[in-house]
Design a protein around this ligand. Structure first.
Ligand SMILES: O=C(O)CCC(=O)C(=O)O
Ligand SMILES: [Fe+2]
Length: 364
């Protein structure tokens, strides 16, 4: 049954419990966003205020040539400053990037019954969750985003349990991006002076999850957000965004950029992938690498899709600053945490900037 858009609980039942998502609501011919989606003024995004981050993408094919050290230095520098960078010649086939975007549109374009079967409480597999916003039960204002989340355990499980509309491309994406993630991790961890072996990298990226995010065109983009301010919890995130734009990163105050303290937009670049540092690498590096605070704007122009792969430690893994970093800094800024506990805290709270790191931070 169609909801009354003015009645919060009827709307919530339709969008969240009913599995219709924001897409279902928009398809009913919504002219104005319901109050449940109106953000407080301090969270709204003023499009014209933001700068574009004009850093050229990093060409990863050069890691195999004579310029390796220079390119590795660019990666390290990006991790130490913005925590975000874009890469090209990354080894993920360009046709696959196109197929991923198409299949995200295809998945969300289906009728609600097809998507709703993957809702958290009813999904046939714990690996797959379809939902909307981030923590709808807890948020004061909902985020303007529907998503499907697919945990990767192994190829056979992915082929068996992931939705058939997106499983082949999503699996190929995980497989083909893993090589690049390993190379980036080797550079980043190697730079911290840690003794590096394959088992250490395996431990840090031992679990992976692919999401397809769908941000329907929004009648009041100035009042809403696609994703609220947050940092990602894992090691590295690989993100495919389409050409719509709207991904913003906060430049930290202690960074030597003209735009410090401001939000900059990571502009869409055809064929590129966005890489960002997650909380795990900030903890491991004792704060040297920045797990960037980021958020996503909505737009009335058309719907936007993005497809992140989150690489994370296995839940049983313990994460802590590397001994080499503690020795160098003379202080440990984070305590050791079991990654399962870190995740529980992350997913148990609403998006609130870099607050997720408080769970591990040692306050002085
Ligand atoms: O849609 C995007 O560009 C970013 C999404 C994001 O930050 C996330 O899924 O964690
Ligand atoms: Fe994110």
């Amino acid at each position: 049954m169609a909801p009354s858009f003015d009645d919060a609980s009827s709307l919530f039942n339709f969008v969240v419990h009913g599995g219709n998502g924001i897409k279902g609501m928009v398809d009913l011919g919504l002219k104005q966003v319901p109050q449940a989606y109106v953000q407080p003024p301090e969270e709204r995004i003023h499009k014209l205020d933001a700068h574009r981050h004009e850093q050229p993408p990093i060409d990863l094919s050069m890691l195999d040539g004579p310029d390796r050290d220079r390119v590795a230095q660019q990666i390290v520098r990006a991790a130490e400053t913005l925590g975000f960078f874009q890469v090209v010649n990354h080894g993920v086939p360009l046709e696959l990037l196109e197929s991923l975007k198409e299949s995200a549109h295809g998945f969300f374009g289906q009728p609600p019954e097809k998507k709703g079967i993957y809702r958290k409480d009813v999904s046939p597999s714990p690996l797959v969750t379809y939902g909307t916003s981030f923590a709808p039960e807890k948020e004061k204002a909902l985020e303007w985003k529907d998503y499907i989340s697919m945990k990767y355990t192994n190829d056979a499980d992915a082929l068996q349990y992931w939705p058939k509309e997106c499983r082949n491309v999503s699996l190929e994406y995980v497989q083909s991006s893993t090589n690049m993630v390993r190379k980036l991790m080797e550079i980043l961890i190697g730079h911290l002076g840690a003794k590096l072996d394959d088992s250490m990298i395996d431990a840090l990226i031992g679990s992976k999850m692919v999401n397809m995010n769908f941000y329907p065109a929004c009648p009041n983009p100035e009042l809403t957000i696609g994703v609220g301010r947050h940092s990602d919890l894992g090691s590295l995130t690989v993100l495919l965004q389409d050409g719509i734009g709207g991904l913003y990163v906060k430049v930290e105050e202690d960074v030597d950029f003209a735009t410090k303290g401001e939000w900059v937009e990571i502009p869409p670049l055809a064929g590129a992938l966005v890489i960002n540092i997650g909380d795990t690498l900030q903890i491991l590096s004792n704060g040297k690498y920045k797990s960037a605070e980021h958020r996503v704007r909505t737009t009335s122009a058309s719907s936007r899709v993005s497809v992140p792969v989150f690489t994370m430690p296995k839940p049983t893994e313990k994460i802590a600053p590397l001994p080499e970093m503690i020795e160098k800094d003379g202080v440990a800024r984070y305590r050791e945490v079991v990654f399962a506990d870190y995740m529980k805290n992350f997913f148990g709270n609403v998006h609130d900037g870099k607050k997720s790191l408080d769970f591990a931070e040692i306050k002085v």
